[in-house]
Design a protein around this ligand. Structure first.
Ligand code: SAH
Ligand code: SF4
Length: 373
């Protein structure tokens, strides 16, 4: 049985051909599945009965089993999906007045192992398939339309951010068809500006994404120099800041937006002094990357041993960036009461990478700043 959520429109057309059908049937089928949320081929009444029968024999439209759903007092909803072999991934819906954002996972766990990230501490199990990435959107969109009682034709989800569990650019082959399905006018019809890939900085894959499927890009910076970034985001040892920023500048040539979003997680006494902010200004100015900064107050979890920066510290850091001419905002924490905030998505990961051992053997060698001045 083939799960049709795995197939973008080209792949679906090829499948239709194999079944002895015309390629254009794939568009009808694709619309039934993604625009209308149909999973029962019997419902698809404008398809020939013969095709419906063939599909019923060979294909399904199927989502991973849902383990749990938690709703926050602020409207945020978090779902936990079973992806088999003891692994589970999380998806988060974040409603705002003018949009509905879905935060989607790309891997069960993550191999990058950032110090401040709960997913990183869990280690890595496996990549999600295209269908498992798309299923999160398919499920959320069609579930929410019913739940929120939306009028026919109105969408629940206007934005997708690949900011759930995992490093999307370390699952490139599955990611790109999933992005294409999100952008497809016969699918979710999201504009490139409203689909964001967030990465810890997999430089060669940023370069490929620019050519294959340029969508909005967010880069997790977290430090103004290589010494500190090596500690916080271990991938920096492979792709240091100079290479990362050069790749960001190139990305802008094809990007749907004229800036890169830099995410910066505010860690008390680690990367949050005014000196760090000044260093960041200099770094960005020298790189020539047009950008916006998004400061994320650290969301603590027990094993991290790290603390969130004080509000006053965040404000001061923000002001240095703004006074230096950068556009910078502080990300409002959502879904705090259900552990749905950035970096808190832990799911359930059967670690194959010994992350726990690695992380305790190599305690954080952070150069802590003496003063915040
Ligand atoms: N792997 C990708 C996307 C997933 S993480 C990436 O790293 O960009 C989404 C964002 O949440 C990243 O900017 C990440 O650095 C940030 N984040 C991770 N752990 C966090 C935590 N505990 N508190 C606040 N932000 C965190
Ligand atoms: Fe992986 Fe992103 Fe977490 Fe780093 S912050 S461990 S790259 S999910």
């Amino acid at each position: 049985m083939i799960n049709l959520l795995e197939l973008d429109r080209d792949a679906l057309a090829a499948t239709c051909e194999q079944l002895g059908e015309k390629r254009f049937r794939a568009t009808q089928l694709f619309r039934w599945i993604h625009q209308r949320g149909a999973h029962d081929f019997g419902q698809m009444t404008d398809l020939a009965k013969s095709l419906r029968d063939k599909l019923a024999d060979r294909a399904v439209v199927s989502v991973m089993p849902l383990i749990s759903e938690q709703a926050s007092s602020d409207g945020t909803i978090k779902w936990l999906f079973d992806v088999g072999a003891g692994n589970a991934v999380e998806t988060v819906f974040i409603p705002e007045t003018d949009r509905g954002t879905l935060c989607v996972s790309s891997q069960a766990g993550c191999a990058v192992g950032c110090r401040f990230c709960s997913t990183g501490h869990q280690g890595f199990s496996r990549n999600l398939t295209t269908g498992e990435i798309v299923a999160q959107l398919w499920f959320a969109e069609h579930h929410l339309r019913k739940r929120l009682n939306l009028p026919e034709g109105q969408r629940a989800i206007s934005n997708v951010v690949m900011m759930g569990m995992g490093e999307p650019l370390q699952n490139y082959a599955a990611l790109v068809p999933a992005l294409r399905m999100m952008l497809d006018d016969h699918g979710y019809g999201l504009s490139r500006r409203r689909v964001t890939v967030s990465t810890s900085g997999v430089v060669p894959m940023i370069d490929r994404l620019r050519e294959d499927c340029p969508v909005a890009l967010a880069v997790s910076l977290h430090a103004p120099n290589d010494v500190l970034r090596d500690e916080l985001v271990p991938l920096n040892r492979k792709y240091p800041l100079a290479e990362l920023l050069a790749s960001c500048r190139q990305y802008l040539v094809k990007a749907p937006r004229d800036f890169i979003t830099f995410e910066y997680c505010m860690l008390d006494g680690v990367n949050d002094s005014d000196r760090h902010a000044h260093e960041l200004l200099a770094l960005v100015a020298a790189s020539g990357v047009s950008c916006k900064f998004n400061l994320i107050p650290f969301n603590p979890f027990p094993e991290s041993g790290l603390k969130r920066s004080e509000d006053a510290r965040i404000t001061s850091f923000l002001r240095v960036l703004q006074d230096g001419g950068l556009v910078a905002t502080v990300r409002r924490t959502r879904g705090d009461d259900i552990d749905a905030a950035c970096g808190q998505l832990a799911g359930e990961v059967q670690d194959r990478t010994n992350a726990k051992v690695r992380m305790t053997r190599a305690p954080v060698r952070l150069v802590r700043m003496e003063t915040n001045a």
